[in-house]
Design a protein around this ligand. Structure first.
Ligand code: DX5
Ligand code: ZN
Length: 215
């Protein structure tokens, strides 16, 4: 079963409550947190996650594009995130471990994320301990970029690792996912698709969500 996670980065933040309602037929809500350091852009933070938590029961999938994310796990857990994902490039391995342990303590689901430059093998030290692996198919920082097809072999390689070491782990793909590229990432083994512009840019978001699921 394929899950669709619309990214609110492509929503109109002035009417976020309504924008969440427009995608309520989706499975998860993807929230992109950017600090202006790990990525050049600055987006939203803890208070917005807190408001979203009050506005919806949807599963909040919070993608942390921030340096040394261990510093903020408690704050995002308090705000009501259901899953937090941290970039492997955002800290040294002990820092990543500490972030995952903090998520465990807080009962939040745990994700790790790979930039396009990072190899599939980088997940191996963590794969048995995480609920989700997120493969970026654009350079993180902005919505509306072109899908990087050269990431497809990496998605397929991680699918094999997941089947071998932790079959319950989700494989999520983020960046440039649209009706043309969704079948490619599903074929490669992804089961959660993030989509910003393809959902919020559509005249009918509910129809766009069905199309991405392959319905
Ligand atoms: C990019 C973000 C993505 C972004 C996806 O750094 O992580 O979640 O919102 O947007 P689209 O689907 O437009 O590429
Ligand atoms: Zn994202």
């Amino acid at each position: 079963m394929i899950k669709i996670a619309p990214s609110i980065l492509s929503a109109d933040f002035a009417k976020l409550g309504q924008e969440v309602q427009r995608v309520k037929s989706a499975d998860w809500l993807h929230v992109d947190v950017m600090d202006g350091m790990f990525v050049s852009n600055i987006s939203i933070g803890v208070p917005v996650v807190k408001s979203l938590r009050k506005a919806t029961d949807m599963f909040l999938d919070v993608h942390l594009m921030i340096e040394k994310p261990v510093r903020y796990i408690d704050a995002f857990a308090d705000a009501g995130a259901d899953l937090l994902s941290v970039h492997l490039e955002a800290d040294m391995p002990p820092g990543i471990r500490a972030a995952l342990e903090a998520m465990d303590r807080r009962g939040v689901k745990k994700g790790i994320v790979l930039r396009p430059i990072t190899a599939a093998e980088a997940v191996l030290p963590y794969i048995k301990d995480v609920d989700l692996i997120l493969v970026m198919t654009v350079e993180p920082g902005f919505g509306g970029q072109k899908f990087m097809a050269d990431q497809l072999p990496k998605i397929a390689a991680i699918r094999k690792y997941i089947d071998q070491y932790n079959p319950g782990c989700h494989l999520e793909v983020d960046g440039g996912v649209d009706p043309n590229t969704a079948p490619l990432v599903i074929q490669a083994g992804a089961d959660v698709l993030v989509a910003g512009s393809a959902v919020y840019g559509a005249a009918d978001p509910a129809q766009a969500i069905r199309t991405l699921r392959g319905e």
